[in-house]
Design a protein around this ligand. Structure first.
Ligand code: SAM
Length: 267
């Protein structure tokens, strides 16, 4: 059984920089839902003038890169992640001078109580060893009436790919639904309600349709635990051929995507 230290060091290894995350975002570019997830998420946020904003686990900064034109001059923005490599990639990708970057673990946020109007945590809470500590830290550093914007995946997310990988080798450790069980679209609202008085939820569903093996193989091998069963050239080649053959059966392979966001207010 893995302890918290093992889990945390595993997550750090996975996110040492943004290359693994970028390979995964590439597969999502084949989504037939052409409404961009990052644009959708940004538009759902209500960020008043002169807000102090903190993003936790910001990854490669794609939210701000894609929505750069909508960033207001009078916002005070801090992007953070516990991976320095991610922050370096974020800085390079976004290239907005006034944004500050800090190495922060969500379980120990180094700011005074009531410091921020807006806090964002996208697709990261399921990696955190102690979600209760993380949520109480977020609540502590939010101002009264401050908003917490959170995103995660649902249990159905990528089920077809999970089944396909099981068919290839049941030892491949790839199961995004285990993250949804930790903090997902289905159980996230109840968890947030323990700390915030007003929580609403919105779903974002889509369908990835691919007609070639490469983006699928890159996605799977970007996940360190899955890569362990595909480490030799031979293993990788046979996996590639398997995916190619499966896609050739119908000409395309479809994967359901299910994500969602929660909007929580601190009273
Ligand atoms: C799946 S990525 C999501 C990145 C980005 N938020 C997005 O949605 O594109 C998870 C991110 O959370 C970061 N992370 C994981 N555990 C963390 C923690 N305890 N505190 C802060 N960041 C963490 C990782 O380094 C990684 O950048």
């Amino acid at each position: 059984m893995q302890n918290n230290f093992d889990i945390q060091s595993r997550v750090k290894e996975q996110y040492i920089n943004s290359s693994n995350l970028s390979a995964r975002l590439n597969l999502h570019s084949f989504n037939t839902n052409k409404l961009d997830w990052h644009v959708w998420f940004f538009e759902k946020m209500d960020i008043p003038e002169n807000s102090k904003i903190l993003e936790l686990g910001c990854g490669n900064g794609v939210l701000w890169q894609i929505n750069k034109q909508a960033v207001k001059e009078n916002w005070d923005i801090t992007l953070s992640d516990f991976s320095d490599g991610m922050l370096q990639d974020s800085k390079q990708n976004i290239n907005i001078e006034k944004i500050k970057y800090e190495i922060i673990d969500i379980q120990d946020i180094p700011y005074e109580d009531g410091s921020f109007d807006i806090i964002i945590a996208r697709h990261m809470l399921y990696h955190v060893p102690n979600i209760d500590i993380a949520l109480s830290e977020v609540k502590r550093v939010l101002k009264p009436n401050g908003k917490f914007y959170v995103s995660t995946n649902g249990k159905e997310h990528m089920q077809e790919l999970i089944e396909l990988l099981k068919k290839y080798d049941k030892h491949i450790d790839f199961d995004p639904s285990k993250f949804a069980n930790i903090f997902g679209v289905e159980n996230g609202k109840e968890m947030l309600k323990q700390y915030f008085n007003n929580v609403s939820a919105e779903d974002f569903v889509g369908q990835i349709v691919v007609h070639m093996a490469e983006p699928v193989v890159s996605y799977v091998t970007s996940i360190i635990s899955a890569r362990e069963c595909l480490s030799s050239e031979q293993e990788l080649e046979s996996f590639y051929k398997f995916i190619e053959k499966e896609i050739d059966k119908k000409g395309t392979f479809s994967i359901t995507t299910k994500a969602g966001m929660f909007i929580a207010t601190k009273f």
